[in-house]
Design a protein around this ligand. Structure first.
Ligand code: B12
Length: 228
């Protein structure tokens, strides 16, 4: 009989996914550590473990099997796990390549995706000013005035709040600041067509694509970076 003493990456990620679905906040950190020890990249743990689990949580919610309380605990479980993963997502922060103001738009409290984008941006050398959740247009405008970022990044997870992104762009225009920044939007309901419609410069389907778009903007703006 063969005794199996080490799990495959697939099994480990499957356990993490299940822990999110089962709202197992007690064990999530242990499972994440196990995954890191097995050599699984932190970003894969997020995308193939956390996100897959959250997808199922969302489906259970839609089917009426989970309620708001379960969504809350699922969110908290991910945040506990992120505490373990965050150090492994950090890059070389010494060399700053640009500045980003990021926030989840007014009326929207979802911040797991936004936080992942912020972490990856920092890991890629961006200075990130995170305005948090439920951010009104005036706050984005204030932050652009104060911090003079290269990029404004917005997140929305609800079909009812994605329209707030257009209000932020309008407010930036009214303040005469729109041409000073690139605008990128993200979150499950957001599409390229929507970005075009509201006058954003780009939409990203996930954090990695978003970070790559941000990098490409700065590399284009600063010829010296093209050599890197
Ligand atoms: C966890 C969760 C919550 C938690 C959020 C906790 C937190 N701190 O974030 C809480 C409990 C607060 C919550 C509340 C609600 N929720 Co909720 N929630 C979810 C759930 C299960 C997971 C969301 C998530 O974190 N996904 C994982 C992350 C990693 O994915 P992501 O956010 O999409 O981010 C990725 C990309 O989109 C992208 N990205 C995201 N933002 C940005 C920004 C930029 C700039 C870029 C480049 C990329 C980018 O990068 C990320 C990583 O690749 C989803 C279901 C789902 N599967 O999405 C429902 C879901 C989003 N919620 C939903 C609903 C209905 C609600 C409530 C209205 C429920 C209620 N009756 O009160 C409230 C609304 C509260 C509010 N005002 O915001 C619906 C939305 C339906 C719709 N189409 O509008 C969903 C889809 C569930 C469902 N299937 O019905 N929720």
């Amino acid at each position: 009989m063969v005794i199996k003493n080490s799990m495959s990456w697939e099994e480990i990620l499957g356990n993490i996914k299940s822990a999110i679905v089962n709202l197992d906040i007690e064990n999530i950190q242990r499972l994440c550590l196990e995954a890191i020890k097995a050599g699984i990249p932190a970003y894969d743990i997020i995308m193939k473990g956390f996100s897959k689990g959250l997808e199922i949580v969302g489906e259970n919610y839609e089917r009426g099997e989970y309620y708001l309380a379960e969504l809350v605990v699922a969110g908290e479980t991910v945040k506990e796990g992120m505490k373990v993963l965050e150090p492994y997502l950090k890059g070389d922060e010494a060399q700053k390549i640009g500045k980003v103001v990021i926030g989840t738009v007014r009326g929207d409290l979802h911040d797991i995706g936004k936080n992942i984008v912020a972490i990856l941006l920092r890991a890629s050398g961006f200075d990130v000013i995170d305005l948090g959740v439920d951010v009104p247009p005036e706050r984005f405008v204030e932050a652009v005035r104060e911090h003079k970022p290269d990029i404004v990044a917005m997140s929305a997870l609800l079909t009812t709040t994605m329209n707030e992104m257009e209000n932020v762009i309008k407010a930036l225009k009214e303040a005469g600041l729109r041409n000073n920044v690139k605008v990128i939007i993200g979150g499950a309901p957001v599409t390229d067509e929507f970005a075009k419609k509201i006058g954003a410069d780009a939409a990203a389907k996930d954090a990695v694509e978003g970070v790559n778009i941000c990098k490409s903007w700065l590399y284009r703006a600063d010829q010296s970076c093209q050599a890197n």
